[in-house]
Design a protein around this ligand. Structure first.
Ligand code: FDA
Length: 513
């Protein structure tokens, strides 16, 4: 058993067994009574609890889902231990929250009227590193910062390849794939998952062997809230050198950004795996941000031979340890390593995002037009992460995350606004740019990254009491390509009654398929 608070497993078991499948307000009183009898008062927050709002917003990362119109949970449970056993007697669905970064807020709000409770795993956050074996067990409620910190304390030469933002929760991040600056060297986070503990809809606690190969395959990237609650993950840690080199070089359009970016598309995915150079394009400039697993002594000659157009020189290079690079990317050079343990974020910006994959380099004349989009009033930005290397090596079906061989890079489009506006101009810009990009990105399906969730790509439809497979295909094949059907098969095995669901959860496979 992997979870540090194994008692907590029992709590979740008990919580799950409190739920059946048909939500109704009438049944919710009994549900709360059930929980009150089973759970210490301080771990259960009903809407009338004085701390309900502060617990709810504690990991809301997008204030647009914290307005009076947001469909909020009936109650929030924050499991820490176990003596909270409760029989099956009520009909309320749950949503699971680990770090709360879901782009559509689906871990704590519903896009449609619905009665639901939130199980917030923030208190289940231990990380247990086995330095000798170079593995770790990490609870879903840990943040990436918490994971990285614990790994670096155990060994300065071990790391884990996952996202850039330290406040992201392990539970949601691994459920959708998870990539960061080590993606070319070590692939996606879920490529490095060895085992996991899952609570299924019947309250059973399953490890890799007990859940079976299909379900273990599915939870590694097939989307959160679809198969059960993943409590804990065993991961393989990866070696990093004592020194990494970071650089950030900004080129304006006047300084040749269009030519350099056009060239970057071919160069970046073909570089040695130790070198990762991503691009943030905003307004009339492109910022090339990089991590190199080595020192400037080998980086500079490599850049001179492979990407001289960027004009990298020693003054651009900052040497540091891998763990120091985490706060450096996130908060800049003044940040300390301890800053990555801070779970709170003070994000005041409302935001909307979507994504694309590029398999053929976009011509220069199109980049000229893209920079015209980026120069519009109310424009947002584009973040481009190069693939190639390890992320591109496994076959598309090795994990649910299918964006492998042949992908040059991922694009994330984002736009931001403040509470002072309704965001319609910024959202329109995002939609119009997405439409403009159609001819230049992947097709049939137009691929998208599951962790950059966008409900505009399609939403589930419930027919009878089960999510429609055909409606799910619309968004599901963008995130998972040909793996969508196998995900639905796994769903049918572990949750045939579709207890775990949200607006983009995997539907069970119909018997006719
Ligand atoms: P959250 O708790 O909101 O969960 C997301 C989804 O997973 C929800 O549907 C939830 O119900 C479900 N879920 C959560 N825990 C679960 C569990 N234990 N078992 C089953 N289901 C569970 N991505 C990336 O790959 N690289 C990056 O660098 C970044 N950077 C980034 C920065 C910022 C500021 C944001 C807001 C987002 C990113 N992301 C990212 C995207 C991020 O990976 C994605 O939003 C993850 O789903 C967030 O996981 P959380 O646990 O924080 O979210």
């Amino acid at each position: 058993m992997a979870l540090s608070g194994s008692l907590a497993l029992a709590l979740l078991f008990s919580l799950l067994s409190c739920y059946a499948s048909v939500p109704s307000l009438a049944s919710s009183d009994g549900f709360i009574q059930c929980l009150s009898a089973a759970i210490p008062r301080q771990l259960l927050y009903t809407q009338s609890s004085p701390s309900f709002t502060s617990v709810l917003v504690s990991s809301i990362r997008n204030p647009k889902f914290s307005t009076p119109g947001t469909v909020r949970p009936l109650c929030i449970v924050t499991p820490t231990n176990a003596s909270h056993v409760c029989g099956r007697r009520n009909d309320v669905r749950i949503r699971v929250r680990s770090g709360g970064h879901d782009y559509e807020g689906l871990s704590y709000r519903s896009a449609r009227p619905e009665v639901f409770a939130v199980v917030d795993l923030a208190n289940l956050r231990s990380v247990r590193v086995d330095q000798k074996a170079a593995t770790a067990w990490v609870d879903s409620g840990a943040t990436l910062g918490g994971l990285y910190y614990a790994v670096s304390k155990a060994s300065s030469q071990l790391a884990f390849p996952a996202g850039l933002w330290p406040t992201i929760g392990v539970g949601g991040h691994f459920s959708g794939g998870g990539f960061g600056m080590l993606l070319r060297k070590y692939g996606v986070a879920i490529d490095n998952v060895l085992d996991a503990t899952l609570v299924d809809a019947n309250g059973r606690i399953l490890d890799k062997q007990a859940m079976g190969a299909d379900v273990f395959w599915a939870i590694r990237g097939g989307g959160g809230e679809s198969f059960g609650i993943v409590l804990s993950w065993q991961v393989k840690l990866v070696p990093v050198p004592p020194t990494v080199t970071m650089f950030s070089v900004t080129k304006s359009v006047d300084e040749g950004a269009v030519d350099i970016l056009t060239r970057w598309q071919e160069v970046a995915p073909a570089l040695p795996e130790d070198l990762f150079i991503r691009v943030v394009a905003q307004k009339q400039a492109a910022n090339f941000e990089s991590m190199y697993l080595g020192t400037p002594d080998t980086l500079l000659p490599l850049m001179r031979s492979r990407f001289p157009e960027l004009g990298l020189n020693r003054t651009h290079c900052k040497e540091m340890t891998w763990i120091q690079s985490v706060p450096y990317i996130y908060l800049g050079s003044a940040a300390t390593v301890e800053d990555i343990l801070n779970r709170t974020t003070a994000t005041k910006s409302f935001s909307k995002a979507t994504s694309d994959y590029v398999r053929q380099a976009i011509p220069k004349d199109v980049w000229v037009k893209i920079f015209a989009w980026l120069g519009k009033p109310d424009a947002g930005l584009m973040i481009m992460d190069p693939y190639g290397g390890k992320i591109g090596s496994p076959p598309e079906s090795a994990t649910p995350f299918p964006h492998r061989g042949g992908v040059l890079y991922n694009i994330q489009y984002m736009n931001f606004w403040s509470a002072a506006t309704d965001g319609s101009a910024q959202t329109r810009w995002l939609k119009d740019l997405y439409a403009f990009m159609g001819p230049y990105v992947s097709k049939n399906p137009r691929e998208a990254y599951a962790n950059y969730r966008d409900l505009d790509l399609g939403q589930n439809v419930v027919v009878g009491n089960v999510t429609s497979y055909e409606a799910g295909k619309v968004w599901g094949e963008k995130y998972y390509k040909g793996n969508f059907q196998r995900l639905a098969t796994a769903k049918s095995k572990v949750d045939p009654d579709d207890y775990f669901r949200n607006e983009q959860s995997i539907p069970p496979l119909p018997a006719t398929k």
